[in-house]
Ligand binder design. Structure first.
Ligand code: ADP
Ligand code: MG
Length: 243
């Protein structure tokens, strides 16, 4: 198996607030890693550092085995390889669903429109929205919007997908359809890092669960190890608070 992401001794502060503390974190090709932890523990900041939306203060980030140097490497090219899905969907409101999905492949990758449209249609099919290509996002439910956001990220053919609480903004009855789409992706072998409070999803889909507290990785292991037999007191307390 090859390593997609490797992070060593990552540190990040906002002013006086030390948010990520000596984080070591790796993701292998095809792996689904679920990141759990209380609000404020640094999960989003870690994802944003992986995607260079946020710049680390110190530490090393390697992608596909090569160290990323944010001063020399073209970060836009690095980012193209990393799909990101946020809690809020960030769709372009004045573009149709198909146009949303085609935007980056056409503008950034310079794909021709016909090709981009075919890919977008395939992806809509994959997320179960083949009949929504020509509607505007305002006509979609939250769950449908999030599935479009997933299709849009996939359109760049990323080697890894990062999800930051993708179901937290959804009405409860819409959570399942988004988790189902993510499960399908995982089964197809997509490499994924998922921040979520959906513990059932973590149990069913994760290869590895990483628990963060106060800017540190406290414990990681298989879902069985973390949920059935956590070693650290912190982890036990957190899991109890989730039920
Ligand atoms: P989580 O996703 O686990 O809830 P975050 O990574 O969002 O945690 O936040 C970790 C800490 O960093 C929090 O205390 C948060 O308020 C702070 N923080 C996050 N982003 C910023 C920022 N851009 N500026 C200042 N503080 C921030
Ligand atoms: Mg967060």
């Amino acid at each position: 198996m090859s390593q997609i992401i490797n992070v060593e001794k990552l540190n990040k502060s906002f002013g006086d607030l030390h948010v990520l503390k000596d984080i070591d974190f790796e993701v292998q090709e095809g792996e689904v890693v679920v990141l759990i932890g209380a609000s404020g523990s640094g999960k989003s900041t870690l994802l944003r550092c992986l995607n260079f939306l946020e710049m680390k203060d110190s530490g090393d980030i390697s992608l596909h085995g090569s160290l990323v140097d944010s001063r020399k490497d073209k970060l836009n090219e690095v980012r193209q390889n990393i799909g990101m899905v946020f809690q809020h969907f960030h769709l372009f409101p004045h573009k149709t669903v198909l146009e949303n999905i085609m935007e980056a492949p056409v503008q950034v990758k310079k794909l021709n429109k016909k090709q981009a449209k075919e890919t977008a249609e395939d992806l809509l099919n994959k997320v179960g929205l083949e009949d929504k290509g020509n509607v505007f996002p305002s006509r979609l439910s939250g769950g449908q919007k999030q599935r479009v956001a997933i299709a849009r990220a996939l359109a760049m053919n990323p080697s890894i997908m990062l999800f930051d609480e993708p179901t937290s903004a959804l009405d409860p009855e819409l959570v399942g359809e988004v988790l189902h789409t993510m499960k399908t992706l995982a089964k197809e072998g997509m490499t994924m890092v998922v921040v979520t409070h959906e513990m059932r999803f973590a149990k069913e889909v994760a290869d590895r669960v990483v628990y963060m507290h106060d800017g540190r990785v406290v414990e990681e292991g298989t879902p069985e190890e973390i949920f059935e037999n956590p070693k650290e007191e912190r982890t036990k307390q957190f899991l109890q608070s989730m039920y």
